[in-house]
Design a protein around this ligand. Structure first.
Ligand SMILES: [Fe+2]
Ligand SMILES: [Fe+2]
Length: 165
């Protein structure tokens, strides 16, 4: 991945305040996923070399796996009741990226279908599924600030979580 990818350019997905969940680490990971999807869009438009496309797909896969592990640990320790369904959505995302990696490795071009899927999945998943476990944790534990207030998140909850993972 080159630094030019991070320069201002047309994007396919845009972060907005509506995507902020009030969990600093998770919000930062989401922003990175937005950036990587926009990098893929850039590759598609520019018809980048296969090695560059593969590198970004691999980065997206790794960041997604790391992010999902963070969320799944959070859901486990907070007793989120819909963990299995949430994990299945995560698995679909990783599986779709894996299939695209295989296709690109076989010299097929990066597909519009993938970009359409990633764009729709990420925004919908954050606004619906991720917002749900955040809301339930806030209700159950009262340790998280609202994402839309100036009140800072309590560090105690993250400190306890770090003790678990
Ligand atoms: Fe997420
Ligand atoms: Fe999630």
């Amino acid at each position: 991945m080159t630094t030019s990818l991070r320069q201002p350019r047309h994007s396919v997905v845009d972060w907005s305040d509506a995507h902020a969940l009030g969990l600093e680490e998770i919000d930062a990971q989401h922003r990175l996923l937005f950036d990587l999807i926009n990098d893929l869009w850039h590759h598609l438009v520019r018809r980048s070399a296969r090695t560059d496309v593969q590198a970004t797909l691999t980065a997206l896969e790794r960041c997604a796996l790391s992010h999902f592990a963070t969320e799944e640990t959070f859901m486990r320790v907070t007793g989120y009741p819909h963990l299995a369904a949430h994990m299945a959505e995560h698995a679909d995302f990783v599986d779709r990226i894996g299939r695209e990696k295989t296709a690109v490795m076989r010299d097929q071009p990066l597909s519009f279908d993938l970009l359409s899927y990633l764009k729709g999945w990420l925004s919908d998943h954050i606004l619906r599924a991720d917002a749900d476990f955040t809301r339930m944790a806030r209700i159950a534990h009262g340790a998280l600030a609202s994402p839309h207030t100036s009140e800072p998140p309590s560090p105690s909850f993250w400190q306890r979580l770090r003790g678990w993972w």
